[in-house]
Write a protein that binds this ligand. Structure first.
Ligand code: HGY
Ligand code: MN
Ligand code: MN
Ligand code: MN
Length: 411
């Protein structure tokens, strides 16, 4: 097939209509999407993808951690497949593109191959990785993390959400969408398409981001235990106020997590205060920390300061700190970066190379095979927000670069 021939078979209207169809599953009144991992909405999106896949003669399978695979076979079944994909789950105030774009761009490539009647030596598999977001079950990237051997299967299946529902029980409760399969099989290469979730492509007026790697991230879950007391009668010296201990600790950490070049990312995204009564001194606080930085030594150094800094501020309260996610910075494979660059140049898209500030399943696939990513712009760089937006043209451009890249890798 001539260079660009497969890209020409990528259909904008078909890709866009599938994106909008999945966006309607868990769609919100504000135009966003709330499709938390392993909820009924997630299950419905998996079923929809599986139906589209079987209608085109692709095979669908799923593994014990809830990853879903859509496979277009190759001419040589003994060869490890080329993989692409991303995730179907969203943030609670998520958008129409984060994750699902990568799954459907990959699916569009399979359809384009079918339409073109092109056979590849290697099978190409599109994966919907389970629970990339980590919003309902922590940590994120759970499906890809287990697949890559970085997270133990049974421990991850035992993880529970705030209601006590476990990952394992939630997976088992979802409709079965395909034959079950083991993971841990060899993979030839993995390429993930994703919106940038940042402002750089849009600011540069570029269409394609050639991703060089992903910055480091460390997540913590913190539980502070004080003792409930009467808000009106209890003197300060007698209080074990879990909320004040949390605020002191977070304030102390903010002083640690600052840098002149604004590269440190420090977020307290979730906080629960108990018992939550206006006139009872809080006896229990739970909160999360998401810390990121591109430099491995800084990730180690500043991340190691989290626990001692919080303990020093806990005062008379008890404190339990658990590191729930540890992902050092990852550099993507030069050969995959070259394949993405060649495809981008062949198709004539304006582009530049950049690192990813956001986590992706590609971070874990990079542990098991040569891995790379393709970014497209999103409006204002906004993501993890219901206003997240991308254009049909940019979605198509990313899918076309993905098509040419996967074709080159799967030959
Ligand atoms: O957290 C992240 O960076 C990803 O978008 N879930
Ligand atoms: Mn994502
Ligand atoms: Mn996300
Ligand atoms: Mn991702």
């Amino acid at each position: 097939m001539t260079r660009g021939g497969l890209a020409a078979k990528v259909q904008e209207t078909r890709l866009w209509s599938r994106l909008m169809a999945l966006a309607a599953i868990g769609g919100t009144a504000k135009g966003g999407v709330c499709r938390l991992a392993l909820t009924a909405e997630d299950g419905a999106a998996r079923v929809r993808l599986a139906n589209w896949a079987t209608a085109r003669g692709f095979t669908v399978s799923e593994d014990a951690i809830g990853n879903i695979y859509v496979r277009r076979k190759g001419t040589d079944p003994t060869l490890p497949p080329v993989m692409t994909g991303s995730h179907l789950d969203t943030q609670p105030t998520g958008g129409k593109f984060d994750g699902v774009y990568g799954v459907l761009a990959g699916f569009e490539v399979l359809e384009a191959l079918e339409d073109a009647g092109v056979q590849t030596r290697r099978a190409i598999e599109v994966v919907g990785w389970m629970n990339e977001e980590g919003a309902r079950f922590q940590p994120g990237c759970m499906g890809s993390g287990v697949f890559a051997g970085a997270m133990p299967l049974e421990a991850m299946r035992a993880v529970a959400d705030k209601t006590g529902a476990t990952v394992g029980a939630s997976i088992d409760a979802l409709p079965t969408v395909g034959v079950s399969r083991d993971f841990g099989f060899p993979v030839h290469a993995y390429v993930e398409a994703h919106i940038e979730q940042g402002p750089r492509l849009e600011a540069a007026g570029d269409t394609i981001g050639i991703v060089t790697g992903i910055q480091g991230a460390r997540w913590f879950a913190v539980e502070i235990t004080g003792s409930e007391a009467h808000a009106g009668t209890t003197p300060r010296a007698q209080r074990k106020d879990a909320l004040m201990a949390a605020l002191d600790g977070i304030q102390a950490l903010r002083a640690v997590m600052t840098d002149p070049d604004d590269q440190v990312r420090f977020t307290v995204g979730r906080m629960e205060v108990g018992p939550g009564s206006p006139n009872t001194v809080p006896g229990r606080v739970f909160f999360t920390i998401d810390f990121r930085h591109p430099d491995a030594a800084t990730v180690q150094r500043l991340g190691d300061l989290v626990a001692p800094t919080l303990r020093a501020a806990a005062g008379p309260c008890g404190i339990a700190i658990t590191e729930t996610f540890t992902g050092p910075p990852v550099a993507f494979d030069p050969l995959v970066i070259e394949a993405v660059t060649d495809a981008t140049k062949a198709l004539g898209y304006k582009h530049h190379a950049l690192p990813s500030g956001a986590n992706h399943d590609a971070k874990f696939l990079a542990r098991v095979c040569p891995t790379g990513m393709i970014f497209i712009p999103c409006l204002g760089g906004v993501s993890h927000n219901e206003a997240e937006s991308a254009t049909p043209e940019d979605c198509t451009a990313g899918a076309r670069v993905l098509a040419e890249t996967l074709l080159a890798l799967a030959q």
